[in-house]
Design a protein around this ligand. Sequence first.
Ligand code: SF4
Ligand code: SF4
Length: 364
Amino acid sequence: MDGPKRTTSLYGRRTPLARPAAQIEALDAVDLAAGPTGTGSFHRDLVASGWERGLTPAPLEIVQINIGKLCNMTCRHCHVDSGPDRTEENMDRAAVDACLAAIDHIQAHPDGGSLHTVDLTGGAPELNPHFEYLVDECVARGLHVIDRCNLTILLVRRYRHLPQWLAERGVEVACSLPHYRKLGTDAQRGDGTYDKSIRALAALNEAGYGQGDPDKVLTLVTNPVGSFLAGSQASLEAEWKAALQRYHSVSFDRLFALNNMPMSRYLEWLLEKGQLDAYMDRLLGAFNPAAIDGLMCRNTISVGWDGKIYDCDFNQQLEMDAAVPFGHVADFDLDAWQARTVRTERHCYGCTAGAGSSCGGATA
Ligand code: SF4
Ligand code: SF4
């Protein structure tokens, strides 16, 4: 298997690529001639696709909160560079309350009625000590909550109650699983991950998830194992459902097929394998203008563990501050947010390739 292998965080290894600026420089150094303008400029390709002002916001629908980089795993493709060593970067109670105050501000705003979801991500978001408090407060505000779960955390003794606890609150669980076969999953996430993931899926099924109940939605999220693009979400979903049922008697509701973003540990793997140029060529060659409208940066606020605000989780990891006159969620202002233009760089080609790729799956 020539796919990513288990690793440690870039941060822990103090590699030059741990710096977001070094990642942007590595992408800028690639000689790119594909795409609508042949310039390798994402902004110019947007303009050529009819987005003269660049990426402008759609009505705000989702607040995505990355509540920490701490994770019980160290997957090879991780765009957050998470791992067990990332203990410092965890959202504190003051920042959690600032997120809730921002949500209150949005819900009280005349244009805030489109907000319907709070999407909790990490790291393993469950490891944050304020996770359950934050879920309860968002549910109390009438919002749909998504827990982006790595599955294996549900087998850790302290978190085994979560399938039932989340089910009682109607929380959607969006679980990452690279492949329905063991080989691809363990290659990307570490040996033993697949078996644990299947046991966690069975526990979620036991709690009522993955049976078509809209209050107990179980979503699986897959990224390709290797340097190719995500396949067709609809056909993969049918194949995955049949395979997981046949081999393990576990079920889920829907599948999101995402492209790997050329950043962080996946970027490191591309560089190590000498695959970066080919992968970027592949992304640009598959540039799809129809995927732009549904990009998550248009309808989402992304909040980092320290309360800083970004256009999306990817810009967050690259420390590209949003183009607004405030930097922290405590000062969030919906009018200014909706008036901004999204900041883009070459990593954005990962979102517009093929059927498009966002936290909500394909966009086209
Ligand atoms: S489980 Fe998710 S957050 Fe944790 S290391 Fe893997 S990809 Fe990163
Ligand atoms: S990386 Fe972020 S800003 Fe760029 S296109 Fe994707 S969602 Fe939008």
